[in-house]
Write a protein that binds this ligand. Structure first.
Ligand code: SF4
Length: 349
């Protein structure tokens, strides 16, 4: 009894000295209780977050943690803050420097509408097809198309022909640590390049449809380009003046191109601060397995299943929460912690 009283006094002393209240882990979690709803019955995440299409990078974020994806929509200010982290900004500038290196004559074109913005991507694509056919390296190659009923957009970092004649897709990843990534981190990277290949291959095999593109992107085919974009298109000898014209032109270019499916998928890891190469990894393309994974990821977007968060009992995964901006308010994590503690106390009895 006496030793307990002494301990309490000591703790009291610490509280006064530090000037803050000592709280139990649960109390700390419940103090930050968030009122967000992670899933809504009768409304899929596609509907709830007004998504008509997905970016390939969204799938990679999803492979990291689906609850984090949901928080990204529900707490956009925190997501924006995360995207402005120095590590993310450095990664983006390394990508930009590489793009400018491959395309030193890049020009800035002011866009006025969504149609202008998407048209600019398609113009870039149309320009890169002959370069790629001629065996040149191209960077920031747009890929788009429907997979399992969902429209995807993505931008491939690099495409080139290897000495042995293989068409190689390479994705640059920058890392703050000077080491190759942990399998949990690399999982999203492999998914990303695999999905890029599915999209690229279906584009060069003629699967892209005009109506699908206009329908999923919710773009107006008769919308004329803004004046700057019109001048830019003329300079490139493109006769298109509306978004619909440009889509038609793209389909013709793809139809008559001699591009073949991608042969090899590579990941290039570079150290963020020094830019030094850490290593390259080749990714195995297992189409059946990839399509099955994709179906499962899309089941979340279609509202066919609940979102899954990090397995906090798995040592290979639990560390993700420690670097997550939503850690303090995460409902999923809080519920799992409670379950683990309840299980632990049952076992102790
Ligand atoms: Fe996912 Fe963990 Fe972040 Fe929650 S705290 S959103 S489970 S990474």
């Amino acid at each position: 009894g006496q030793s307990l009283a002494k301990k309490e006094e000591r703790i009291d002393g610490q509280i006064k000295k530090r000037g803050h209240k000592v709280v139990a882990p649960f109390e700390r979690l419940s103090n930050n209780r968030s009122t967000v709803t992670l899933s809504v019955p009768d409304q899929s995440p596609m509907e709830r977050f007004s998504k008509h299409h997905l970016n390939v990078t969204q799938l990679c974020e999803q492979s990291w943690c689906e609850i984090k994806v949901v928080y990204g929509f529900l707490k956009p200010h925190m997501k924006r803050r995360e995207m402005r982290r120095p590590a993310v900004m450095t990664g983006a500038s390394i990508h930009l420097a590489r793009e400018l290196e491959a395309n030193p004559d890049a020009v800035t074109v002011v866009v006025h509408t969504r149609e202008d913005r998407e048209a600019l991507k398609l113009i870039n694509l149309i320009q890169m097809v002959p370069a790629l056919e001629a065996g040149q390296l191209v960077r920031e190659f747009p890929v788009l198309g429907v997979l399992d009923g969902v429209f995807f957009l993505g931008v491939v970092d690099e495409l080139y022909c290897s000495k042995s004649g293989d068409l190689v897709l390479s994705e640059l990843k920058t890392r703050s640590h000077n080491s190759l990534p942990h399998p949990a981190q690399a999982k999203g990277h492999s998914l990303q390049v695999g999905v890029y290949k599915l999209l690229f291959d279906s584009m060069v095999q003629g699967s892209m449809k005009r109506d699908q593109l206009l329908h999923f992107l919710k773009l107006r085919p008769h919308q004329a380009f803004g004046s700057e974009l019109q001048r830019y298109a003329q300079k490139l000898d493109l006769l298109a003046v509306t978004f619909g014209d440009l889509v038609d032109h793209l389909l013709v270019v793809l139809h008559f191109s001699n591009l073949q499916p991608i042969d090899k998928l590579c990941l290039e890891y570079r150290h963020q601060s020094s830019g030094v190469l850490i290593g390259n990894r080749e990714v195995e393309f297992e189409e059946t397995q990839l399509r099955a994974e994709l179906r499962d990821y899309l089941a979340f977007w279609r509202g066919e299943r609940e979102p899954h968060g990090v397995d906090i009992e798995d040592i290979e995964e639990a560390w993700k929460c420690r670097m997550c901006p939503y850690e303090e308010s995460c409902e999923w994590r809080r519920n799992r912690l409670q379950e683990v503690m309840v299980d632990g106390s049952k076992k102790a009895k």
